[in-house]
Design a protein around this ligand. Structure first.
Ligand code: MN
Length: 748
């Protein structure tokens, strides 16, 4: 590629004697000057780079579309190619990677399929390098390779490692190629890439704040050595890095090809218009499909470190994360998302940053409101995020641990599903309504001496197939949804078994994992895993155990998770004697596992657990992936759907009556359950009457709840949660106190 590249000119910086910088921006400007100009023009005109018209697009509509398709195609092709270079199932099977093209100022032009989140995060990283004078030190030249995984610079968690490369044309930086891959290990104090246990930045493992890790398209030797020594699975790390580099080269080739075809000046016009085009198209969707106004949804998550010996004393407590979200849609289509009232950051692994929240916003918005191939920086220009300073979504320092920030921001952004859906519903776009996303965990993660006798780490990504929330016209899809990647996939069990010292005894739909409703959410699934050829392995639990969301329009939230592990089992004996063994739990109250397996059972509802008990061969870990939220009143569900659910083992028999008021009886010939219409109608009538008896006027309920608040009758964790919000957000506290008629200085 060097044939296209001229050595950049060295220019003296004004007023600084002896300093030399490469003015690598357009028309003799620095990138910093370009970024400043771009931001000022947007500030002044409200349009990207002040573009009044999309002239290039208007004059060459077909070329414009073809060039966009060519660039987008090269990004997708970079992704497909590099999936075959990496050896990690997270990449090969699940496609947890993406490739992106950025403008010189760091604004996204186009993105491949994959983890959409990084349309924004690497953009933040490029802008950070520009703002921090990387043009002067360490310098930016053709063939340079930068690496970043710092959440406070631009990322959603340290597991997502970025490779960023500048693309030059005749001495000018014309674009940046970005690649991101979710790795298997990050070298934290506990193994895996969603390590539960680190509580500050000092325990996070390998953190790379936009470092130059190579030049002339070659990685520095010392970088390779450093990664070899600090990462548990260096072979996977190295191949992931090669995969990212290869993809970036494909993108650079494509950009050079486009420039040769349409000329550099047209390319420059094209990339700016593509971003403004993106902005206009999001505005158009919002204006067409939603009603302006204020939409509010609160979400919650918990951290269960109380009594843990694996975290420092100050962290060993249970806390509840509070993330009230207010979305305001302006008449012009702009959207403000305000997390005023969010909890303070904490000593755990789940603190986020503005870049992470923006990334999550992209994931959800591109799946729910903007399912387009032209996702780019245009979306950022429509949204304004307000994240209280000092909160879990915007900490005031870089001390908080962000190793798995998804734990908080994915939970907080849950409110976005309900808010968008209410917007759609009020405008009549009923087919777009989605009851909500459950937080898809459990995330199974761990490490130790594996089945190959090596010290390694694992991060099982099968949670990328959780249940979709219910729609307003049908149930959610079973195990077919990932909010972070539009192409949900759980991966083949055989591939996971290659990298993990655990066998799959079974993988089945988990009944009742979805939220009930007129339309139920999609179900999640459970995997029964047995430790294999290891006697020294640590596994952790990473799943919110409380309800993260509330379901929609009377539908119920998806089920909370629970921890299920069994140690010192008789599994090896069962296998030796060729006796039956369990392949699922099915019904936790009548567990099929307990029928066969003797051992020390650890069952509990707390779900955020650092590695505590060492696992040995024959021990079991039952992983479960959540279902989606429900939509509408359960008593309005078609009884035939309930019978089908019971027959297909999507819900347990006893819930047909208790939840849905549907009475089933056996069909003698087929052996299947069928609806007894008469008894069902009677039962539902009784349930409705019971609701009537229990109901009280809202005024009365408010008064009752108010006196409960005044008596402070809530558990300690909830008291601390509210007090945190009061302290951080004056406005939110004032509104809460006014609503409940509390004294101005009220604290729990
Ligand atoms: Mn990731």
């Amino acid at each position: 590629m060097t044939s296209f590249v001229r050595e950049p000119q060295l220019v003296e910086i004004e007023g600084v004697e002896g300093s030399r910088t490469r003015k690598i921006g357009w028309n003799g400007k620095t990138l910093k000057e370009m970024l400043k100009e771009s931001e000022e023009l947007f500030q002044k005109t409200g349009r990207y780079y002040g573009l009044e018209k999309l002239e290039y697009k208007e004059q060459n509509p077909l070329v414009y579309e073809r060039i966009f398709a060519l660039i987008r195609g090269s990004l997708v092709s970079a992704r497909e190619t590099s999936m075959n270079i990496s050896a990690s199932p997270i990449v090969q099977e699940l496609g947890e990677l993406c490739f992106t093209l950025y403008s010189p100022e760091g604004d996204t032009i186009a993105i491949s399929t994959g983890i959409i989140t990084h349309v924004r995060t690497m953009s933040d990283a490029v802008k950070w390098m520009i703002r921090n004078d990387y043009e002067e030190n360490p310098g930016i030249a053709p063939g340079d390779v930068f690496c970043n995984n710092d959440v406070f610079i631009g990322n959603c968690h340290t597991a997502d490692v970025h490779t960023i490369k500048p693309i030059f044309w005749k001495g000018e930086l014309v674009a940046w190629a970005g690649a991101c891959i979710h790795g298997l290990d990050i070298g934290a104090v506990v193994p895996g890439t969603a390590p539960v246990g680190p509580t500050t930045c000092y325990e996070e493992g390998l953190k790379v704040p936009c470092e130059k890790i190579g030049e002339n398209d070659t990685i520095y030797k010392y970088w390779e050595v450093r990664c070899e020594r600090l990462i548990r699975n260096p072979i996977y790390w190295k191949l992931d890095e090669k995969a990212r580099l290869a993809g970036c080269d494909i993108i650079r080739n494509a950009v050079h090809k486009v420039i040769k075809e349409i000329g550099i000046e047209n390319f420059k016009r094209f990339i700016r218009e593509a971003i403004e085009d993106g902005r206009l198209s999001v505005l158009e969707v919002v204006k067409r499909t939603m009603i302006p106004g204020r939409y509010r949804s609160a979400s919650f998550g918990d951290v269960t470190f109380k009594g843990s010996k694996r975290v420092p004393a100050r962290a060993a407590k249970d806390t509840v994360m509070h993330m009230p979200m207010e979305m305001t849609i302006k008449p012009d289509g702009k959207i403000i998302i305000d997390f005023d009232g969010a909890s303070k950051w904490g000593y755990h692994s789940f603190n986020a940053s503005p870049s992470a929240v923006y990334g999550g916003l992209y994931s959800i918005s591109s799946e729910i409101i903007w399912p387009s191939d032209k996702i780019n920086a245009g979306l950022s220009l429509v949204f304004e995020l307000k994240l209280p300073y000092g909160s879990i979504l915007n900490p005031e320092s870089t001390l908080p641990c962000t190793v798995f920030s998804w734990g908080s921001f994915i939970t907080g952004l849950n409110g976005l599903f309900r808010s968008y859906s209410r917007g759609y519903f009020s405008r009549g776009f009923i087919e777009e309504v989605l009851a909500g996303m459950t937080v898809c965990h459990n995330l199974m993660s761990g490490g130790g001496k594996d089945h190959l006798g090596q010290e390694s780490a694992m991060f099982n990504f099968e949670f990328a197939s959780s249940g979709l929330g219910a729609r307003a016209f049908d149930d959610g899809l079973d195990h077919a949804f990932a909010m972070f990647n539009p192409e949900a996939d759980m991966g083949d069990v055989e591939l996971w078994e290659i990298v993990e010292p655990l066998l799959y005894l079974g993988r089945r739909v988990q009944p009742n994992s979805a939220g009930p409703g007129k339309f139920r959410g999609g179900n999640g699934f459970e995997s029964v895993r047995m430790l294999w050829k290891t006697n020294n392995y640590e596994l952790m639990w990473m799943g919110i155990s409380i309800f993260t969301s509330g379901g929609l329009f009377g539908g119920y939230p998806a089920a909370g998770g629970y921890r299920r592990e069994i140690h010192n089992t008789n599994m090896m004996e069962l296998i030796k004697n060729k006796e039956p063994y369990p392949y699922r739990e099915f019904d936790p109250e009548n567990s099929e596992i307990r029928k066969y397996v003797k051992g020390d059972y650890v069952y509990e509802k707390r779900m955020i657990i650092p590695p505590e008990i060492l696992f040995n061969q024959g021990d079991l870990y039952i992983n479960s992936v959540r279902g989606g939220d429900g939509y509408g009143d359960v008593l309005e569900r078609d009884p035939e759907r309930v019978a089908k659910d019971v027959n297909e083992e999507s819900i347990l028999f006893r819930f047909a009556e208790s939840t849905y008021g549907v009475i089933l009886e056996r069909d003698e010939t087929s052996g299947k359950w069928k609806v007894n219409r008469e008894k069902t109608e009677k039962k539902r009538k009784e349930l409705r009457e019971e609701r009537g008896r229990k109901a009280i006027p809202v005024r009365e309920w408010i008064e009752k709840t108010r006196s409960r608040i005044l008596r402070k009758e809530v558990c300690q964790e909830i008291k601390e949660m509210y007090n945190d919000s009061f302290r951080l957000s004056e406005r939110w506290g004032k509104e809460f106190r006014e609503f409940w008629g509390l004294p101005e200085d009220f604290f729990f």
